[in-house]
Design a protein around this ligand. Structure first.
Ligand SMILES: [Fe+2]
Ligand SMILES: [Fe+2]
Length: 267
């Protein structure tokens, strides 16, 4: 079994309608104009797609932030780059990030939901998260933690209800390796320093991962890739970082829980 994990391409662009100047999108657009467009190169995503097509994994996982301000044109820009993966014959998992769920404007929400349906296929709908999917001998738990937040913060929230759903699934006998897919990491090294960017409400799910009821967490949001280890050295959280910033993705091989091997691929 082979998983390819990539994250945070952050396509961007200008304001797509005048209402963007009256909601949080102006922050995303400003950030893109003066910062992100110099740091994130969509050409690196094209290289990632070419690599994924050459490797043909059993499943490719994208942990979100396809866009910078969640606007339809940004989704369209990145959809064109990812399109070859849709016709390649292996499944894709896409979990939206906080930038994809940036505002409540109906046309932005629709673009995000359309992207979830398009990339995941198989009738997967954003409103059905959390969702459990068995693909290539893995039990994937798809957990959305991204919601629109205020102007200055990039918080994520895990609701009690979603936490309980995940706990319910984890209470069942584990027959396959169990992999949680979330945009936000479950672990947070500096909860105070990173308070503007962190996830709230994840403690119960983190405990499930620590107790090995969840074998692996795949996440993004933090743009520098990292692995988080269990006390015995096995990896339990893999953050792929930003593919367009670092030009890297992660290749995960292995069939048994605890026997995964991880390789960071520089494109
Ligand atoms: Fe991001
Ligand atoms: Fe993010």
């Amino acid at each position: 079994m082979k998983i390819i994990h990539f994250s945070d391409p952050h396509a961007g662009g200008g304001a797509e309608d005048w209402m963007a100047y009256f909601d949080k999108r102006w922050v995303g657009v400003f950030n893109y104009r003066f910062r992100r467009r110099f740091r994130h190169d969509l050409g690196k995503l094209e290289r990632a797609v070419a690599y994924i097509l050459s490797v043909r994994p059993d499943v490719a996982v994208c942990t979100g932030d396809l866009t910078s301000a969640g606007q339809p044109g940004e989704f369209e820009r990145v959809r064109k780059v990812l399109e070859p993966l849709k016709t390649a014959g292996f499944p894709l998992i896409y979990m939206p990030g906080n930038h994809d769920c940036y505002v409540r404007r109906p046309w932005c929400v629709k673009a995000m939901k359309d992207m979830v349906a398009y990339l995941n296929g198989d009738g997967v709908a954003f409103d059905d998260f959390p969702l459990r999917r068995r693909i290539a001998g893995i039990e994937f738990l798809l957990l959305n933690t991204s919601r629109p937040s205020n102007l200055l913060c990039s918080w994520g929230f895990l609701s009690r209800e979603d936490s309980r759903t995940i706990a319910g699934w984890c209470a069942e006998k584990k027959e396959l390796p169990r992999v949680l897919v979330s945009h936000y990491p479950m672990t947070e090294n500096h909860p105070i320093l990173r308070i503007r960017h962190r996830l709230f409400g994840q403690k119960e799910v983190l405990k499930l991962a620590e107790e090995e009821k969840i074998d692996l967490v795949l996440c993004g949001h933090v743009h520098k890739p990292y692995f988080r280890n269990r006390p015995d050295g096995r990896i339990f959280e893999c953050c792929a970082g930003s593919v367009t910033r670092n030009g890297s993705l992660v290749e995960i091989d292995g069939d048994a829980p605890g026997a995964f091997t991880f390789k960071t691929v520089d494109l």
